[in-house]
Design a protein around this ligand. Structure first.
Ligand code: ATP
Ligand code: MG
Length: 138
């Protein structure tokens, strides 16, 4: 079990002014920020990040959404980080997300769902490495 996960606050949430509230909820849940940046992805970068979904029918919609505005990318630390963070953000579709979760509070629908959270320790490392050099993490 690793103690780190990777997150993005997605363009819907940054655009609606939810960045501060979401970061506050993450920190109050016990996560420590080990790296953070505010960036706008290119189409190529968004496609590479979500490469695993390239064959899915929603892939282009997902890429277009992810490049529609800036995101906040971060590496977070906490015991049991990957599973605890997935619990904090709630189900992919906010209609199915538990009360009080970040997606229940801030997501509009399954596409515009406010936040990303890594789904495994292995992907947390791959995704953190995608965004951050050694100089940018602590
Ligand atoms: P994420 O990887 O962003 O944390 P997730 O792991 O809960 O989300 P995935 O199955 O990995 O869900 O899907 C990645 C993202 O693709 C979702 O967060 C959502 O933005 C988008 N997505 C998934 N399913 C659909 C769909 N049916 N229609 C539109 N967008 C979708
Ligand atoms: Mg996923």
């Amino acid at each position: 079990m690793s103690n780190r996960t990777f997150t993005m606050i997605k363009p819907d949430a940054t655009g609606k002014g939810y960045t501060g509230a979401i970061l506050d909820q993450i920190i109050k849940a016990g996560f420590t920020v080990k790296a953070m940046k505010w960036v706008r992805l290119t189409e190529e970068q968004a496609g590479l990040f979500y490469d695993i979904h390239r064959a899915r029918p929603f892939f282009q919609e997902l890429v277009d959404f992810m490049i529609s505005g800036p995101i906040v990318a971060a590496i977070l630390e906490k015991d049991n980080a990957v599973a605890d963070f997935r619990e904090l953000i709630g189900a992919t579709n906010p209609a199915n997300a538990a009360e009080g979760t970040i997606r229940k509070l801030y997501a509009a629908n399954i596409g515009e769902n406010a936040v990303h959270g890594s789904d495994s320790d292995e992907n947390a490392i791959i995704e953190g490495d995608f965004f951050f050099s050694k100089l940018e993490r602590f």
